[in-house]
Design a protein around this ligand. Structure first.
Ligand code: ADP
Ligand code: MG
Length: 700
């Protein structure tokens, strides 16, 4: 069986060297086994014919019976297309080809009955089907299964006649000749418990389903298995780590915390903040090292949670450090934390790249002798010269800017690993967090402090820019400040995106000095120049900040209440959300204005609609995952996790993932090393869940 599965795809009847090369280059299919695990992405129910009159553009692949009344070629040269007038006797629609103009009319003569299928789309307000598949109705009858699997292919493959149908044919070739059944990869107790199909049946049914129920069961089995082994792998790794890494014990809550809580805390904690503090208390008191990810939208009060954790560390005699990705942010934390600590008798210092030598020496000394308990800073914190006396807690703000390797350097700064709290304002959908950060425990602040006015978000076309400027003028007159953000610095050749330099000129024209002052920050400026420009804005000396996305993370200017985003369709959802989070921090009503031209892609439109509809970061993150898939979600690129899931979809299969997680948890709890006889298949296959080996090939 193994031998059969490992065979080179070129030896499969119907393939040969040329197609083998295409399959390898386009779909990474090299062996029989790779082909078998190339699953359909959807099925078409051939059980009914649609009437043209009932067709809308949001239908999936459908089939229609009718005749072609005529062909015509439209356009010239490369843009040329062939259009057929297709009718079912009542309605008409267009079939469109961008290639094949010569052979299609010959292959499909007029006035004969065909079954056409494809995806209806809307073009020039008319329904058409681009590159339809066309069948003889008589052939239709002999299709054994009404359900037809659809495999994704590429243009290049289609050009070489490797259509979905052709792949299905190859699939039948490979599966018919199988010398044996597929060996089971899940133990029978689990298969029975969840009422799963066995692997052999699942693999056959996924490609050649007998009924919709069968393919759904097959899909469930294969998705479950894929997600289950990932979870099993993550949880086993986590269990092993937590047993080997002891943690400092923060036994008590003492004077620092209590005094702060009674005297310095000017408001009630939100329910979410209280819950997260309990989780942190439990972790840090357990004797194991805490590794916790704290997610919360901008302004949800994460910094306060960080501060209270630092106080508990101090109460137990430990040092803490808080690491921010930029100097501006480190400064900001330093200012707000110093203010909160007033009168507690606890020193805080700031260490960044621009800390003076004399200050630096003093800080190093006080860290070593233990008199300095709290250090806030940037990457400067992880330089080797920085030695702590007893570092007990590391807090990392906005983790996406810190690589895993940088974090690892901090770990080494103590004999017993310090507790780690990673804070992020980029909400990560639960399913993704479970997979990507499955080894971290996750806390969520899903509640904003009371009294916040939700930001009003509007979509405005570029042609209304003057009205927008009018609105800005009024708000500035009321003492507010404005951000205007551009996606690019330099005009990109053919695309007509507003570029920052152009924008700056038109803004200074609309808001001329001396009445108005405008700051600029973009990626090409030197860090010191950026810093100065930011400071002017923070101090309220400038009214408008024209910027590229460098202001995205964390900057807090409560008086800035308007965010204008130019060419908003160019930004990803999470980026838009981050940008919007820069406003809405003060008591005033804040606004986010998304500017676009009239031409926007479908996806761009969806992103903008989502932004206008909701302020909820988690909802936005989920939508982002649905629209883009997990590979492109912010943060995943740097994580080093290659997300080439074969069948499961993190955006849609959350329930299966949760089930897989729950079951994997129970198994690991009972048998962390997977030594029990009933778990021996897990032991054999757990490595499949390793992201570095996630090509999921082996079905042995
Ligand atoms: P984040 O770090 O999550 O973006 P911050 O901790 O900076 O949020 O909090 C944003 C603002 O809300 C700060 O001015 C902070 O003092 C305030 N804040 C935090 N928690 C509360 C609360 N429970 N009630 C009222 N205001 C709060
Ligand atoms: Mg913050």
């Amino acid at each position: 069986m193994q031998q059969y599965l490992k065979q080179d795809i070129q030896f499969l009847p119907g393939v040969g060297p040329k197609r083998a090369e295409l399959l390898r280059d386009e779909l990474k299919i090299q062996t029989f086994e790779d082909l078998i695990t190339y699953y359909p992405y959807k099925y078409i129910d051939r059980s009914r014919f649609y009437k043209i009159s009932e067709i809308t553009a949001d239908l999936p692949y459908i089939q229609i019976k009718g005749i072609i009344k005529g062909y015509r070629a439209i356009g010239k040269g490369r843009g040329q297309r062939l259009v057929a007038d297709f009718t079912d006797g009542e309605g008409h629609l267009e079939l469109v080809w961008f290639r094949g103009a010569r052979w299609i009319p010959e292959t499909y003569p007029l006035e004969r009955e065909y079954v056409v299928f494809g995806k209806p789309t809307l073009y020039n307000r008319r329904i058409n089907i681009i590159h339809p598949e066309i069948d003889d109705p008589s052939k239709q009858q002999i299709l054994k299964s009404k359900l037809q699997p659809v495999y994704s292919t590429t243009e290049k493959l289609k050009d070489n006649y490797l259509t979905s149908k052709a792949i299905s044919k190859l699939m039948s070739n490979v599966i018919r000749k199988l010398p044996a059944k597929f060996e089971e990869t899940l133990p029978s107790w689990l298969i029975q418990k969840l009422n799963l199909l066995n692997l052999d049946t699942a693999l056959r049914q996924i490609h050649f389903p007998d009924s919709p129920i069968q393919y759904q069961k097959a899909e469930f089995r294969l998705k479950f298995e894929e997600l289950f082994y990932i979870q099993l792998h993550i949880l086993q790794g986590k269990e092993i780590n937590s047993r080997s890494f002891r943690g400092n014990v923060f036994e008590k809550v003492g004077d620092y915390f209590n005094t702060f809580f009674r005297k310095n805390l000017p408001f009630e904690l939100t329910g979410a903040q209280k819950r997260v503090m309990k989780e942190i208390r439990r972790d840090t008191g357990s004797g194991r090292q805490m590794n916790r990810l704290l997610q919360g939208d901008v302004g949800s009060g994460k910094t306060l949670v960080a501060l209270m954790s630092v106080l508990i560390a101090a109460d137990n005699g430990f040092q803490s450090c808080i690491m921010a990705p930029t100097e501006i942010l480190a400064n900001q934390h330093y200012r707000s934390i110093s203010a909160f600590l007033e009168g507690l008798g606890l020193d805080v210092e700031l260490l960044t790249g621009s800390t003076k030598k004399s200050d630096r020496d003093r800080i190093h000394e006080n860290l070593r002798n233990g008199s300095l308990r709290i250090l806030i800073g940037t990457h400067a914190l992880i330089e080797d010269v920085v030695q702590f006396n007893n570092l007990g807690l590391v807090i990392i703000d906005e983790q996406h800017r810190f690589g895993v390797a940088q974090r690892a350097r901090l770990w080494k700064k103590a004999d017993i690993l310090p507790h780690v709290l990673v804070m992020t304002a980029t909400p990560i959908p639960r399913t993704l967090a479970m997979t990507l950060y499955g080894d971290l425990d996750v806390s969520v602040i899903d509640e904003l402090p009371p009294g916040r006015k939700p930001i009003i978000t509007r979509h405005t076309y570029d042609s209304k820019r003057l009205e927008v400027f009018g609105f800005l003028t009024k708000e500035i007159a009321r003492g507010r400040q404005v951000y205007i953000v551009y996606p690019l610095i330099q005009e990109s050749e053919k695309m007509d995106y507003k570029d920052l330099e152009d924008g700056y000129v038109s803004i200074t024209r609309a808001f001329p000095p001396p009445q108005y002052a405008v700051s600029v920050v973009h990626g090409r400026m030197k860090p010191e120049e950026k810093e100065i420009s930011m400071r002017h804005f923070i101090a309220g000396r400038t009214h408008i900040m024209v910027a590229t996305t460098v202001i995205e993370v964390g900057v807090d200017v409560p008086n800035a209440s308007i965010m204008v985003i130019e060419s908003a369709e160019r930004f990803g959802l999470s980026q838009l959300h981050q940008l919007r989070g820069r406003v809405g921090r003060g008591a005033d009503q804040s606004y986010c204005i998304l500017m676009t031209g009239y031409k926007i892609s479908e996806e761009g439109k969806k992103r903008i609609e989502t932004m206008v509809r909701t302020n909820d970061g988690f909802e936005i993150a989920e939508e982002d995952l649905r629209l883009r898939g997990p590979g492109t979600i912010e943060g995943t690129q740097q994580s080093g996790v290659p997300f080439n899931l074969k069948i499961a979809h993190l955006g849609r299969d959350g329930q299966i993932l949760q089930l897989a997680r729950d079951i994997a948890e129970k198994i690991i709890e009972e048998d962390p090393e997977l030594k029990l006889e009933k778990n021996h298949l897990f032991a054999r296959h757990v490595k499949r869940g390793d992201p570095n080996r996630l090509n999921w090939g082996s079905i042995s």
